[in-house]
Ligand binder design. Structure first.
Ligand SMILES: Cc1cc2nc3c(=O)[nH]c(=O)nc-3n(C[C@H](O)[C@H](O)[C@H](O)COP(=O)(O)OP(=O)(O)OC[C@H]3O[C@@H](n4cnc5c(N)ncnc54)[C@H](O)[C@@H]3O)c2cc1C
Length: 438
């Protein structure tokens, strides 16, 4: 099997995969890695984490995607027990025609159940459903020092809290018991509202978030002056009635990794301007399938290749509510000044529901995510300024997207990190964890 990389292709450390198909394979594979002389390993799902949190310090990973079976499902209650390598795409394929959907989904369906738990992912409905981990009822894991263990909010609650959002460090997750959410239709009642600046974003959020389960905004990160912070506010609810049909696959693929990045100041400005003006009316309402609504980026497989061989980094921060407006404005100004950024900068209000994991990322506040082509001094110049703004405001960066956060910022922003370290499986270590804790 070819070496594996993280989604941003930065930092570029090829991972040697060791295939896992059954729970019984896990102890044998870990022993094999150890016999080869490597003292640690890490589980690897679909590699949709951008930076180095899915890279083993030893560069040897357990490739979990072969462990992809549904073990049991109670369709009356929507409780499903599945192996950790199953993808969210596959779970939707099985559950949706029966009237069930994921309680929380990230912006791609090509992630594994284990990966969704290990990063305690959040979605467009964070303000009403919280993070993915809130819907996990039980985990079965393998630890090199204990063998197979089970944990839940009521059984070994410390291990459960350390594993939800625990970056794959507390054991190899074998099986996850998840509560799905009921739906009556696979379609989404969707509204797209164009807004002219950040103040309007906050006004629309106030007006629409209470009545819509899914809300997110796209902003033009290069717009400045009067147009700064302009964008589209996208909201939706599951339709109350309609078909329960799967979306057709209809995907294109970015065929090769280019030697250079297609993302530059010129292409960004053209795309962002066209995207902003794509609808004439201020507000447009229509019904769409779940797939284009939740997963527009999944239409172009391997789109990360657009960034060329040097790869890219995503910067995702969350800033507490009380400082949200002015800090996001300051961050946007720095980014616009730098003349770089991404086609799709995403802004969202996170809700107040507490995350169950010790290292869960979301806070009650505003989260901003955008991609940057990798180039020299990105970390030292732009990111250093953005990090300082986030840190001073009591915010934090998302480890699943990170390849540059300093140890000091990490430890301050995630004060429970040493409780996770105390429960870390001694044979599991990522490049991220080594970088920020050791
Ligand atoms: C286009 C795109 C959109 C995204 N949108 C969002 C979003 O809206 N919200 C959000 O929160 N995230 C988002 N993400 C990030 C992504 O959802 C997370 O990084 C997710 O955890 C990736 O899952 P994966 O299966 O690819 O895991 P990987 O990236 O391979 O691994 C992630 C972590 O999970 C651990 N892991 C994987 N399997 C297991 C296992 N069986 N046992 C123990 N640990 C395991 C790994 O060790 C690693 O620490 C997005 C990513 C992309 C590419």
């Amino acid at each position: 099997m070819a070496p594996l990389f993280s989604w941003g292709n930065y930092p570029r450390h090829p991972q040697t995969p060791h295939l896992v198909h059954w729970p019984e394979d896990v102890p044998r594979v870990m022993a094999n890695i150890s016999e080869l002389g490597y003292h640690n390993a890490l589980a690897f799902g679909c590699g949709r984490s951008y930076g180095d949190s899915c890279l083993a310090e030893s560069d040897h990973v357990l490739a979990m995607k072969g462990m992809d079976r549904v073990v049991a499902a109670a369709w009356e209650t929507g409780v499903i027990l599945a192996q950790s390598g199953i993808t969210l795409a596959e779970l939707i394929r099985i559950a949706l025609p029966r009237g069930w959907f994921l309680p929380v989904t990230p912006g791609t369906k090509f992630v594994t159940l284990g990966g969704a738990v290990a990063n305690d992912v959040h979605g467009k409905n964070h303000h009403v459903m919280g993070t993915f981990g809130r819907h996990v009822k039980r985990l079965v894991m393998y630890r090199s020092d204990e063998g197979v263990v089970e944990c839940s909010p009521s059984r070994r609650a410390d291990l459960f809290a350390a594993t939800i959002g625990g970056l794959g460090l507390t054991g190899i997750i074998l099986v996850v018991e998840l509560q799905l959410r009921r739906i009556s239709s696979s379609e989404i009642e969707h509204r797209n509202i164009r807004f002219g600046g950040l103040d309007e974003f906050f006004e629309i959020s106030q007006a629409y978030d209470a009545s819509h389960e899914y809300t997110v905004a796209w902003i033009d990160c290069l717009a400045s002056g009067k147009q700064a912070g302009r964008g589209h506010y996208i909201v939706g609810n599951h339709a109350k009635e309609g078909p329960l049909g799967l979306s057709p696959p209809g995907q294109l693929i970015m065929p090769i990794a280019l030697p250079f990045s297609l993302v530059n100041g010129f292409s960004l400005r053209v795309f962002n301007t066209l995207y902003y003006h794509r609808q004439r009316k201020k507000e447009v309402a229509c019904r769409v399938g779940y797939d284009p609504f939740f997963y527009p980026l999944d239409r172009l497989l391997r789109w990360n290749r657009m960034y060329g061989r040097r790869g890219f980094q995503q910067f995702q921060c969350v800033v507490p509510q009380r400082h949200g407006r002015e800090v996001i404005r300051a961050i946007m100004q720095e980014i616009a000044r730098s003349g770089t950024g991404s086609f799709l900068a995403v802004l969202k209000q996170c809700g107040e529901l507490a995350s169950p994991g010790l290292l869960s990322f979301p806070l009650h506040g505003v989260t901003l995510a955008l991609d940057f082509p990798q180039r020299d001094q990105l970390n030292d110049r732009l990111f250093a300024k953005l990090d300082a703004l986030v840190h001073e405001a009591g915010g934090r960066l998302y480890p699943a997207k990170d390849a540059h956060m300093s140890a000091i910022h990490f430890k301050n922003a995630y004060p429970e990190w040493n409780r996770v370290e105390a429960l870390r499986d001694p044979q599991l270590m990522s490049r991220f964890w080594k970088r920020v804790t050791q």
